[in-house]
Design a protein around this ligand. Sequence first.
Ligand code: 0L1
Ligand code: MG
Length: 260
Amino acid sequence: MDRTVAKQIARYLVSAEEDRQEVSRITLEHPELSVEDGYQIQEELVLIKLEAGYEIVGPKMGLTSQAKMKQMNVNEPIYGYVFNYMVATGQEISMRDFIHPKVEAEIAFVLGKDIEGSGVTGAQVLAATEYVLPALEIIDSRYENFQFTLPDVIADNASSSKVVFGTKLGRPNDFELDLVGVTLSINGKIKDLGAGAAVVGHPAHSVAMLANMLARKGLKLKAGQTILTGGITGAVMLHVGDAVSAKFDGLGTVDFRVTE
Ligand code: 0L1
Ligand code: MG
């Protein structure tokens, strides 16, 4: 698509994020947008953030569960980027920073080596991974009522908004990551639960798929990046006063509280 239009749409989405203001989905005005167009807009959005001085923590995978893929009628996940300003620094997040946030429990991979090229396997990913750690991702679609089509959500950086990382680092080969069980509780009540296998069969497979998707664009995963692999649990709506806690077998707990 025309680069000027892609930039203009990217600015529209960045403003919605900055103003915490939900906006109409872009495919209402541009019904012709394809998945490729969505990624072109996302690339412009990434450039805007890099020009603003923010740094990429790592790419992330979204729509990795069968349920989300079925809902969006796709057979491949999508990716977006987590930036440094999105990483929570304490155990409180303020509702003022969001439009209509939801939380999901994920396993993150910290890479010790670059992963490049097509045909990457889960085994290669595990060999290149320094640590795995538990995380709570807060997604916050910029679109009204969290309603979007695939090009919309790709352009909107896969709804990325914030991440609370756990503090316990694990060596990837010390776990059967597909069997790691997770519970997500709010105010002491379990809201959802799952196992690592909910993420395209295995979280390492998610990273391999990401490497292969990036390779199609001549990009690679880089040593030092922290990658969110996708939701093990469903995404649960957050409200002021919520005390959120996720327990990961062998990887500890991640907690935060939602303030006004
Ligand atoms: O991280 C995710 O799985 C989000 C992907 C985008 C879809 C959504 O906002 O639910
Ligand atoms: Mg996610």
